[in-house]
Design a protein around this ligand. Structure first.
Ligand code: ADP
Length: 193
């Protein structure tokens, strides 16, 4: 049982890596992609649909109180003893603390926070090609993308230090071919005790 976090700037490829790692059966990962769960709340007309939609549309982080509810609910529903792969959560320090406390309730913890580093100039290209492929509204608007980049730098980047202090941070060069990135991450996971 090894819980892993994947994080990095919007467009760094964490969603792609999360899918590939989840498909590797020996790890038995349950992937929790918060962006996907939030979009699901919208498509299923959940109580907070309107609020969630409003934040995602602007490229802002959904309020922590709402994210926490969704995350807790997701984790509670999984069988005991599964390994979680967190994609897009945590994205700020309060979320990182929340996750640590939540996992502690199950007597378990994050083993590795994998930081996918990609230079800014490539991110925009990736988001624009994703906008065409997936049709996400928040990828189609430059202003929204800008907001997400700024929020990433202000809110999410500090979690790198948070995990570094716990000796759980692993930096991975996310600019290489997708399969090479996966291989590097596999090496990290295989090296965990
Ligand atoms: P990206 O590839 O841009 O990281 P995601 O699907 O992970 O895409 O996230 C899309 C949007 O969902 C974010 O811009 C934000 O509005 C919301 N969201 C995702 N994760 C979080 C989070 N941890 N906290 C708050 N809002 C989130």
């Amino acid at each position: 049982m090894a819980h892993i976090i994947l994080f990095g700037p919007p467009g760094c490829g964490k969603g792609t890596q999360a899918k590939k790692l989840t498909a590797i059966t020996k790890y038995n990962f349950v992937c929790m992609a918060l962006g996907d769960l939030l979009r699901k709340q919208i498509s299923e007309n959940a109580v907070h649909k309107a609020t969630i939609e409003q934040y995602i549309r602007k490229g802002q982080l959904v309020p922590d109180s709402l994210s926490f509810e969704v995350v807790e609910d997701f984790i509670q529903k999984q069988a005991a003893g599964v390994s979680f792969l967190f994609d897009g959560f945590p994205r700020n320090i309060p979320q990182a603390i929340f996750l640590d406390n939540l996992l502690a309730q199950y007597k378990t913890q994050i083993e590795a926070a994998i930081f996918l580093e990609v230079e800014k100039k490539y991110l925009l290209e990736r988001l624009q090609s994703r906008a065409v492929k997936e049709g996400r509204l928040d990828d189609q608007d430059l202003h929204t993308i800008q907001t997400r980049m700024e929020l990433y730098e202000q809110e999410t980047l500090p979690i790198a230090n948070y995990y570094e202090r716990m000796n759980k941070l692993y930096k991975v060069d996310g600019m290489r071919a997708s399969d090479q990135v996966t291989e590097t991450i596999e090496g990290i996971i295989n090296g965990l005790k």
